[in-house]
Design a protein around this ligand. Sequence first.
Ligand SMILES: *Cc1c(COP(=O)(O)O)cnc(C)c1O
Length: 349
Amino acid sequence: MSWEANVRKVVPYVPGEQPKIKNIIKLNTNENPYSPSPLVYKAYQETDLDDYRKYPDPTCSELVDSIAEFYGVKKENVFVGVGSDDVLSMAFLTFFNSDKPILFPDITYSFYDVWADLYRIPYRQIPLKDDFTIDPLDYYSENGGIVIANPNAPTGVKMPLSEIEDVIRNNKDVVVIVDEAYVDFGAESALPLIDKYDNLLVVRTYSKSRSLAGLRIGYAFGCEKLIGYLLDAKFSFNSYTMNMPALKLGAAAMKDREYFEKTVAKVVATRENFKASLKELGFEFADSATNFVFARHPGKPGKEIFEYLRANGIIVRRFDKPRISEYLRISIGTDEEMDKLVSVLKEFL
Ligand SMILES: *Cc1c(COP(=O)(O)O)cnc(C)c1O
């Protein structure tokens, strides 16, 4: 028998490309087009490299406190990790430990099935409705846990909080994870429900609305007991997941509410203008509550549009998967970037 028989085999998640080419318009991984808060620059300039001799604070207290303060929760309700990918992965490992399948939509963040495979968690993917919405009734069957992205990715479609609550209320014997990576751009957060339901974990990230994808910071909210179980798993895995710069700069970013609100509002305004331009060009798309639009053109194959844009220095994302292969997921950049994209699209169509 070969050693390969005992390898934990998995087909990995494939992240969007980070091209080395200069002068490209990069609209493929939903990063924020605006710089991080000036308070982050200040904290960066004040860092002392000599501190790095030491281990970082394993409790991440400066970062956790800044998040607890921003959202008006107790620090016992907050968990942090190396991007929300780390937080979600740790949550899958901690909470999805049943023989029954966990449930998530067929079209959603394509890391969920990868973690389920990696951790040998059985799962069932539930088809979105034709308009890409989620029917809460589909999540009433017996299961080992639920994960829903709200707004969903890559569709951009949001679910009303009343329907999210319906799913949580009807699944009190399992943990329900709500992945709110894009919530700041236009959906209602489930955060106020953590006091009402002890089976709810709300997951957030610095990567999109806080312009810090490169620093890798994610966080989650839940009742104290739920967060306690997550911490136990995390401290059994790696005590020092978060490095010193992430802890310090992340806390600085969280303190600048005004800058955060201003940049989010700019992205939302650009998105609304971009939607109008796309409509004029004949694109079809479900309404987006995120910092991207998921659109197709009835007259042109998605692959051709994708390649034409790329040839013209504009990178967007396309998923070669059932139901969505004609769609392009286009991140919202600056007004100038979106104007350029629209003019290239006009040439092509
Ligand atoms: C971007 C994204 C994440 C992961 O973000 P991190 O950079 O790891 O914080 C998680 N869920 C969804 C739906 C995302 O789009």
